[in-house]
Design a binder for this molecule. Structure first.
Ligand code: PLP
Length: 407
């Protein structure tokens, strides 16, 4: 009989969102008339920008005419999109990239999940705690994490980000090889300054580590001194791979388009100590396992960079950030400590009176019919915290905050 990859047995059985759903269903059964407001949504709710929709339609029509039909495209992505990304997302910030360094994909989740394939199973991995679960789980599947104990994996280095350290991750005490950073952060909604980020680039140079920098929420950055790309830090190209997505930037969660930057300078060693280009390995990996993103989707994504596209995505992001502002104000008024929500669509609430995060979940569901995400679901340091998001409608956001104030 075929044997399974036993690493999969090390994954937690119950994904947090299934447990949340089960509790909501139970509550609904007992209270069929309850009007539940979901502030746990990690998905956008505003539709695609009009500029994107029009370009999308045009490209679909091209696919229906023999003279403009396209089959397989380049697996790295079409040049017309890559060039726009370089010009608008990087050159505007004085970062130079060549077209060989940007890879278009169908999602930052897949890229971040797949990138670990380039690295040896014995690499030591560090993650922020709390953390977007994909970084940990894909390393578990690959056999890099070891056994689970007390909500942690024995071979993963967890970097606690809590109120006590202002959510700034400490440098690891031991040498690590791969470091996952996510800024603006999901779930805490916090950001790092250039000075803080430079510490990580310096650490990576000193320890010959690679930083996997998840910038899925880059478009939400509002404050001036916050880096939009890790490559704003000098010499970061040698030690960092960056991931970006059109999902939260332009409402592409259901359309699927993202990209990652693997600089030509980024290198890692083989067992004999010889250095290899990560760009070359990633290109090889993509050629073997990926056939590119569909042409209409790439045309749609490139419309994000038109003047109108830029104006429209800005409007949606402002809409979400205004929701966040309303939530921050209400939380402050009722005396709940909350973080994030300024440069990110996430607000990280400290639960009151030392309540654990699942008890707070139940309390809000039962007394205000509000749903959020218990912090513990993002890692041990998430205990005692609770995530709400700015992705609901203005009306629901206001109603939820009113309920909290009344409570
Ligand atoms: N990275 C982070 C931190 C996320 O929160 C998400 C989605 O929620 C993703 C990546 C996934 O992005 P995509 O939709 O491009 O796969």
């Amino acid at each position: 009989m075929a044997k399974i990859n036993e690493n999969y047995l090390l994954l937690p059985e119950n994904y947090i969102f299934s447990e949340i759903e089960a509790r909501i269903q139970k509550f609904k059964k007992e209270n069929p008339d309850a009007n539940i407001i979901d502030l746990g949504i990690g998905d956008v709710t505003r539709p695609l920008p009009k500029a994107v929709i029009e370009a999308f339609h045009r490209a679909v029509d091209e696919m229906g005419r023999p003279e403009t039909f396209r089959g397989y495209g380049p697996e790295q992505g079409y040049k017309f999109l890559i060039e726009k990304i370089i010009k608008y997302d990087y050159e505007k910030r004085n970062i130079e990239l060549s077209v060989d360094e940007v890879f278009i994909s169908d999602g930052a989740k897949c890229d971040i999940a797949n990138i670990q394939e380039l690295f040896d199973v014995n690499n030591r991995v560090a993650v922020l705690d709390p953390v977007y679960p994909v970084y940990v789980e894909t390393n578990v599947m690959a056999g890099r994490a070891g056994k689970p104990t007390d909500g942690k994996y024995e071979n993963i280095v967890y970097l606690p980000c809590k109120e006590e350290n202002n959510f700034i991750p400490p440098l690891p005490d031991e040498k690590v090889d791969l470091i996952y950073l996510c800024y603006p952060n999901n779930p805490t909604g916090t950001v790092l300054t250039k000075k803080e980020l430079k510490k990580w680039v310096d650490y990576a140079h000193e320890n010959e580590s690679i930083i996997l920098y998840d910038g899925a929420y880059e478009a939400f950055i509002q404050e001036k001194n916050i880096p939009h790309s890790i490559y704003e830090i000098e010499d970061a190209k040698e030690v960092a791979i960056e991931f970006r997505s059109f999902s939260k930037t332009a409402g592409f969660t259901g359309v699927r388009c993202a990209y990652c930057v693997v600089p030509l300078q980024a290198k890692a060693k083989d067992n004999k100590g010889r250095k290899h280009s990560l760009n070359k390995l990633w290109r090889r990996r993509q050629a073997a396992k990926f056939n590119g993103v569909s042409y209409p989707v790439q045309v749609a994504a490139s419309a994000v960079y038109t003047k109108r596209g830029q104006r429209e995505i800005k409007e949606s992001i402002e809409y979400y950030l205004n929701n966040a502002k309303i939530m921050r104000k209400a939380l402050k008024k009722i005396g709940l400590k909350a973080y994030g929500g300024v440069n990110a669509p996430y607000i990280w609430i400290k639960t009151p009176n030392g309540m654990n995060s699942w008890d707070f979940f139940d309390y809000l569901l039962e007394n205000a019919q509000i749903v959020g995400t218990p912090g513990i679901g993002f890692g041990p340091s998430g205990e005692g915290y609770f995530r709400i998001t700015a992705f609901n409608t203005r009306e629901n956001t206001k109603e939820a905050m009113k309920r909290l104030e009344d409570l």
